[in-house]
Design a protein around this ligand. Structure first.
Ligand SMILES: Nc1ncnc2c1ncn2[C@@H]1O[C@H](COP(=O)(O)OP(=O)(O)OP(=O)(O)O)[C@@H](O)[C@H]1O
Length: 263
């Protein structure tokens, strides 16, 4: 790499960090995700998204006007080959309070889901349950997950194409039993920025044996569709994302959202 190329890449990296902080800060503010005195439990899976989430939250906390506590939690789901020492070692070195929780979801998914079928929804339900009970035990009032802008767009299309419903992953959600609040501080951040940041930070990424074996192929197809659009139709994906916060119930067909009979 020439000196000029090096300087350019440093400049890009600095801009990216600023963008990640700015977009995460905006999402937190727009949806009032974190308030003074909150205890935020960050789910860390060993993937690029949750390492990035944790790092950005730690940096924002240093400069934030509000005081909040962070506890990182890794759920060890018992999948074979899972490199269970990698995450605790990283968290220890980064100086973060953390817990590792063991729950053998792998055996449950293996028993219930035939090989080759997507196990993601069962897997995430089991994981969600374990994260909720851990949050209750450690006294966390918010649970932060590493989903990002692209996850939100893909989920919109998955629901549209296969669920016949117009919905996605919200940036903030109260659990069905009302006891927990999930937050997605990376909601405005593009996956490509996260991937580049994770490379620059050299996070010790470990793969989730689950997702490889029980992958949702439709999500992969939709991800590719969205990526193709980014190349062939610049601005289209941005518009789709903007549309989700610019909804006109009177120009849709759901009588529960708009009282058409009153017209
Ligand atoms: N084993 C786990 N322990 C703790 N939190 C988890 C675990 N698996 C997933 N999560 C949380 O749920 C989020 C979404 O999980 P998902 O499996 O969809 O992973 P992903 O989109 O590939 O993200 P990542 O890159 O962080 O793995 C993660 O970003 C993380 O915050």
């Amino acid at each position: 790499m020439t000196r000029k190329e090096y300087e350019k890449s440093q400049h890009e990296a600095n801009k990216r960090i600023k963008r990640l902080r700015r977009l995460t800060g905006s999402a937190i503010a727009d949806y009032r995700m974190i308030e003074d005195g909150d205890h935020v439990m960050v789910g860390v899976s060993g993937g690029k998204d949750s390492y990035t989430l944790l790092e950005i939250l730690l940096r924002l906390r240093e400069a934030a006007p509000v005081d909040f506590r962070i506890t990182a939690v890794n759920l060890d789901q018992g999948q074979p080959g899972f490199q269970r020492d990698v995450i605790p070692e990283y968290l220890q070195n980064r100086g973060v309070d953390y817990e590792v929780v063991k729950q053998d979801n792998y055996s449950v998914v293996q028993r219930v889901i035939p090989d080759g079928k997507p196990g993601c929804s069962l897997c995430s339900r089991l994981r969600r349950g374990a994260l909720y009970s851990t949050a209750a035990r450690v006294g966390a009032d918010k649970i932060a997950l590493g989903h990002h802008r692209d996850d939100i767009i893909e989920t919109l299309f998955l629901n549209l194409f296969f669920g016949g419903t117009l919905k996605t992953m919200p940036p903030k959600l109260r659990s069905d039993d009302g006891r927990h609040v999930l937050i997605r501080p990376l909601s405005y951040v593009k996956e490509a920025d996260i991937a580049a940041f994770a490379r620059e930070m050299k996070f010790p990424i470990i793969s989730c044996g689950f997702c490889v074996k029980y992958e949702n192929k439709q999500r992969r197809i939709i991800k590719q569709m969205v990526r193709d659009w980014e190349k062939t139709h610049p601005g289209r994906v941005e518009n789709i994302f903007r549309a989700m916060s610019n909804v006109a119930p009177s120009h849709l067909l759901d009588g529960d959202l708009f009282d058409f009979s009153s017209i």
